[in-house]
Design a protein around this ligand. Sequence first.
Ligand SMILES: [Zn+2]
Length: 221
Amino acid sequence: MQGTEAGKPIVKFNHCQKSIYSFSVPPRCPLCRHDVGSRRLEEAPISISNPFTNGHHEKCSFLLRPTQGTFLREYDGRSDLHVGITNTKGVVYNYTVHGVQRDKAGWEQSVSIPLLQPGMFGLMDQWDKYLEDFSTAGAWLPHRYEEDHHNCYSYTLMFINCVLTTEGKERLDKNEFTEKFVVPRTRKASKYITLYRAIEERGFYVTCPSWRSPPSGSGLC
Ligand SMILES: [Zn+2]
């Protein structure tokens, strides 16, 4: 089920030989004003997968959200991002200038990356204790915080590397982690945000089916 925190769901349907995106299928096509009516199965609307989830419902995951505001409202592609790790109860551990925070709210619209492979139940049993012990280390005291070098990223990455080591896998450096995990998801999120805001503004968004991705700025073709 999709909560309102993650935004309204987006559907795509075809009419007038175009792909039309909206929050729900309208009774009439916004382009030709004809009944959208009954259609063949292959023309049935499809839902567009939402890149955001309620982080407090995610276990043992890496989470990403804008430092200020939310992705759908405030994010502009360059905004600062804040990151954290969930325990098995959806509490988000994150490191700030005030030390390690244990948030029970505020991560309702996050990009989430699961950190445990399916079947790693042994590790999941220990997860909350690992995360708590890791977080009480002196390295994460408030006065050690440095905006560029010892920040929320350092905290999550070091924890992820502890997990990878436990799993017998190679450690990641910050660039590798960003390139492999973060960038593809923020790119997908940015596309979704463009689409979402366009629908919010006009009620729908249109592309020619031959277009691979909607160009930003223009709604009609
Ligand atoms: Zn039409």
